[in-house]
Design a protein around this ligand. Structure first.
Ligand SMILES: Nc1nc2c(ncn2[C@@H]2O[C@H](COP(=O)(O)OP(=O)(O)O)[C@@H](O)[C@H]2O)c(=O)[nH]1
Ligand SMILES: [Mg+2]
Length: 174
């Protein structure tokens, strides 16, 4: 069982990774590149998962070597569940990548990280509505304090492949 942590640069992917994994982590160089990525392990409800802290990417159309590595890791791990990490202060910007990953057929759950920043800045996110539209687990997290991380781990066990055609119809009817 594998989990890929994916999202834009600086949304807190590595902070979430550090919260989810223990001491047994390995940093490696992706073959044929200068790009580093980190692999760790965690147990969720008795099941061991390998977790990859995937390099940051804005979309599934690579613009640089790190983005190409992110897509290669995605392509190499067709059976993985993806935790799509978003900056809760910039949800609209981050959602595009989440939808692209869903469209590729991956079970996806959303971590709305930096939830503390969103609260401080009075950014209100209608979680109920977002969950109704996406029909995937959407979990607010604060990776630097650990808030929401156990809920996020449980969310992984509920992740399912998304019916993208049906999702498009829901989005169009908004
Ligand atoms: N306020 C706040 N800062 C965070 C949170 N998660 C990560 N950070 C900080 O945001 C910065 C980027 O985090 P990092 O994990 O390196 O992002 P990555 O590029 O997605 O791996 C670091 O300074 C983190 O300490 C969070 O939930 N709240
Ligand atoms: Mg990182």
């Amino acid at each position: 069982m594998k989990i890929l942590l994916m999202g834009h640069p600086n949304v807190g992917k590595s902070a979430v990774f550090n919260r989810l994994t223990g001491a047994n982590i390995t940093e490696s160089n992706y073959p044929g590149t200068t790009v580093d990525y980190t692999v760790g392990y965690t147990f969720i409800e008795g099941q061991e998962y390998e977790i990859i802290d995937v390099p940051g990417t804005f979309s599934t159309e690579p613009k640089d070597e790190a983005e190409q590595v992110a897509l290669d890791i995605l392509a190499d791990n067709e059976d993985a569940t993806v935790i799509s990490v978003l900056d809760a202060t910039k949800v609209e910007r981050g959602l595009y990548l989440s939808l692209e990953i869903m469209e590729k057929g991956f079970p996806v759950i959303l971590a709305l990280n930096m939830w503390d920043d969103a609260e401080k800045r009075n950014i209100h996110i209608d979680l109920t509505h977002l969950r109704e539209i996406l029909k995937v687990p959407v979990i607010p997290t604060v990776a630097i304090s650990g808030k929401g991380i156990s809920e996020l781990a449980r969310g992984v066990t509920r992740a399912e492949e998304v019916d993208v055609e049906e999702l498009k119809r829901r989005v169009e009817s908004l």
